[in-house]
Design a protein around this ligand. Sequence first.
Ligand code: BG6
Length: 462
Amino acid sequence: VPPPITLVILGASGDLTHRLLLPGLGTLLRAKPAYDVHLVGAAAADMTADEWRDRVRGGLEEGGCRRQRADDMAAASTFVHLDVTDPKEMQTFLDAQAAQGRPIVLYFALPPAVTQKSIGVLSGLNLPPDIRLALEKPFGSSLATAKELNALLAGFIPEDRLFRVDHYLGKATVLNLLGLRFGNRIFEPVWNAANIERVEIIADEALALEGRAGYYDHAGALKDMIQSHLMLVMAIFAMEQPARIDAVELRDLIVHTLRSTRLWAGEGERSSHRARYTAGSIDGRQVPDYVAEPGVDPERMTETLAQVTLEIHNARWAGVPFRLRSGKALGDGFRGIVVQFRPVAHLPVGFHNEAAPNVLVIGFTPETLALRVTTNAEGDRWDLETSTLSTQLGESPVRPYGEILDEILTGNMLLGVRGDMAEESWRILDPLLQEWADGVVPMDSYSAGSYGPQAWNDAPGA
Ligand code: BG6
């Protein structure tokens, strides 16, 4: 049974708490009812204690937590008005929490700028000895700022009590990469440049801005999705085999892979593309030009779609482009990994046509696996045709944020982003940020609801 713990959510009135944290916690509590979690909500003056408790009840129930449990947790939870950037208020708050005698997790569910300020404040306070922090991305905005942030954090909290959240590490599909690769005889021997021609990791979203301009217009697709989520997925896809699945080994191997990674400099394609959506319709809903969305400043030149091609420069992968792409307001909203194998080394004379190369598709939502294989055709036996072996995997009962909270509440670091992981991914992207700032890479456009700029899809290898 996990020991009793206090989970303090800073940013109790925010979107993340409402949409992801509380429902995620609800799924966790349904799967592991033994958790004894005391919830504390803290927010600036825009919420009341009653509103907070309603939110807790509603959020937990949405995640499937039993009604009685949700009611009890909501009733027992406390709420405080707190300015997280005020040292005095923060010290008084932390002292009061520490006096309860339970270990404390401080979860920053706040806008990046507020989190940053608050961390600066925390660094000068007397913290309860067993406090743990949970932080949301971004972990910096360049290699230099990522290093600064890590140095600031290292000055007052040990790395093993600092949980950097990337909810993609809580996704069953992402963790299933480990089972797929290392639990089968047939994949690992061909998981290399000799057999794989290219890999695409795609997170296209049909959703547009959804009122998040305040955050998104400062981030953009590259920082919002690629620097964080998709580069981690790539590293898990490509890393060497761990001796055991634990927080040191797994994260060492992720960093090891990222260290070999650099922007694509090979033949055939540019290392990056960027674009912004213009007006269009998504599922019958009219979406305006991105630059006309409330809160967007066109001068910021924020991209709503980015594509970055990377090379993992090691013996296993050198020469294989890894294309990472993510954006908003996109047609089919495909999310997953497409593994394109090389053609067979040799086809016997006598077949009427070429064998189409194998393709493995690992879909994120819904979780699917599909392998394209070549067989003799039914009609003419020396014609070759393709068919697809596919399966849909069962949905995990615990949502990604539930898995992440499970780790945070038990003090396990396996699914947390280590400081050096964040730094490595910024190191890889730094030259690209410079190119974008210098205007070397054009800002293309695509209409909302389309599949992105046509020209990208016609690029060699598409
Ligand atoms: C978040 C991004 O980290 O991930 C959002 O900030 C994005 O912009 C979301 O929509 C996507 O997560 P998921 O789990 O729906 O793929």
